[in-house]
Design a protein. Structure first.
Length: 443
């Protein structure tokens, strides 16, 4: 069960590293922040984009049966009425009668206020849709909602995509984008925020095949976690029992991760039956049925929905990568602790750092030349400030797999030293072969 505590050691180390090195900053920082909002900095956006890009490559580009979309954040409010969000997209809220703090009832252990121990009110249902108004008049007719999930963008485009792509079942529609929920108790850094990103697929199938494709997507989600570098024993596949599942779902699995603040949902996989298409067909009056090209039979496809939270993926990637070890050598004024983000190479925000040993002589010129060539193909950083030891530390802390050091010998032998983040081994490589060498290593 997720607990709302910020003073956890590892979480604090990650939050502090994120700010110190430019991964993630508190939102609206110069105005004292905005509770539980976060901004991705230069390294954070690289990390996040690597996740989204790999997801898209793997599940859209590499699959003939999945197509991508990017749909509007503000949809016709009828969409949210049709699938029940206006009435039922709620969490149970309780308020403390003494300190008036509010909590999500299912996150409170016991029946007293987690903050002051005071008495709590009876739970009431709180709707999490973010409201807004379209146009200049703020009345009921202009009321709209920011989407709380990307999924409905795919369902309302089912017909458009079917007609334009002429796909046959089974096929999926994928989307990566923002979602908004007015969460009662956001917290635990980027784990629970009111604005976040999702990567979702609606996979349309014939009803009889639902178990086959449910298992297929479960395996795909497991493979994804493995490639993210997540240790198997930290992940738990929680089968949602019948009474807790949505009425239309025959099977739902929450993929939970052992976060420092407790075991909590990372991703979800649900069999949604034909609930969404059925409701949209009824409420929009449009024919959303699929015609089997062989038998001519008309029916509403069923759906398997795998969902990944982007920000929770970033958090897990950071937690899994974080490592501390005794540094073999410590420079003056430094601790002997070496902090390292052991990201899988494909995830690392910066792939290569180019470091001239000294600013003197022609080392900078030579190093800049190498940098200018490498950045055409790889995300690189050039750094000539501070001592070489401090610069290695910085690169270790941001998880850069390779550091290229340009030294005085380089001017003579046209070779550089490449240092490997994980083994700390250094190899001498000819400058002419450097790009090929690095690309091979980075895979
Ligand atoms: P929870 O039980 O944690 O509130 P949920 O079951 O409501 O999550 P879903 O509706 O299944 O979540 O959303 C799909 C995915 O979106 C989640 O698995 C998670 O990765 C992500 N997600 C949901 N809510 C948030 C949030 N407030 N902040 C960040 N990510 C979120």
């Amino acid at each position: 069960m997720e607990k709302n505590i910020q003073n956890n050691d590892l979480m604090n180390k990650i939050i502090s590293l994120c700010k110190r090195r430019g991964f993630i900053f508190p939102g609206s920082d110069i105005y004292g922040g905005l509770a539980n909002s976060w901004d991705y900095g230069p390294l954070g956006i690289e990390l996040k984009n690597n996740i989204k890009r790999e997801w898209w490559r793997r599940f859209v580009h590499n699959r003939p049966d999945v197509l991508g979309v990017d749909t509007a954040l503000i949809m016709n409010p009828k969409v949210w009425e049709a699938v029940g969000h206006v009435q039922h997209f709620t969490d149970p809220l309780v308020e403390c009668r003494s300190c008036h703090l509010r909590f999500r009832w299912d996150h409170v252990k016991g029946d007293k206020c987690p903050s002051c121990g005071g008495e709590l009110t009876a739970p009431r249902q709180f709707n999490m849709l973010f409201k807004t108004f379209i146009g200049p008049v703020e009345d009921q007719s202009a009321l709209a909602y920011l989407r709380p999930e990307t999924a409905q963008g795919m369902f309302v485009n089912f017909k458009n995509i079917l007609e334009t792509s002429r796909k046959r079942l089974p096929f999926g529609i994928a989307q990566v984008g923002k979602a908004f929920r007015n969460e009662i108790t956001p917290g635990n850094f980027i784990f629970r925020t009111r604005e976040f990103e999702q990567m979702e697929i609606e996979y349309f199938i014939e009803e009889k095949d639902w178990e086959t494709y449910f298992n297929h997507w479960l395996e795909e989600m497991k493979r994804w976690l493995k490639d993210l570098g997540v240790a198997g024993d930290k992940v738990h596949y929680h089968e949602i029992p019948e009474g807790d599942r949505a009425h239309y779902s025959k099977r739902t699995v929450d993929i939970e991760y052992n976060f420092p603040f407790g075991e909590s949902e990372l991703y979800g996989l649900a069999y949604r039956g034909n609930f969404d298409l059925k409701n949209h067909m009824e409420k929009s009056g449009q024919d959303l049925e699929y015609t089997d090209p062989e038998t001519g039979e008309k029916f509403l496809p069923h759906v398997i929905e795998p969902t990944w939270g982007v920000d929770r993926t970033v958090l897990v990637a950071m937690l899994e990568a974080y490592q501390e070890e005794q540094a073999p050598t410590a420079e003056e004024g430094e601790t002997d602790l070496r902090v390292m983000m052991r990201f899988p190479k494909w995830l690392a925000p910066v792939k290569v750092a180019i470091l001239p040993l000294s600013k003197k002589e022609n080392l900078s010129d030579k190093a800049r030349e190498i940098y200018a060539d490498l950045i055409k193909d790889l995300v690189c950083e050039y750094d000539e400030t501070q001592s070489i030891g401090k610069r290695y530390r910085r690169q270790d802390e941001i998880g850069t797999p390779y550091c290229v050091t340009v030294d005085f010998e380089s001017l003579e032998d046209n070779a550089v030293t490449v240092r490997d983040r994980d083994t700390m081994k250094q190899e001498r490589t000819k400058i002419g072969e450097l790009k090929r060498y690095l690309k091979d290593k980075l895979g």
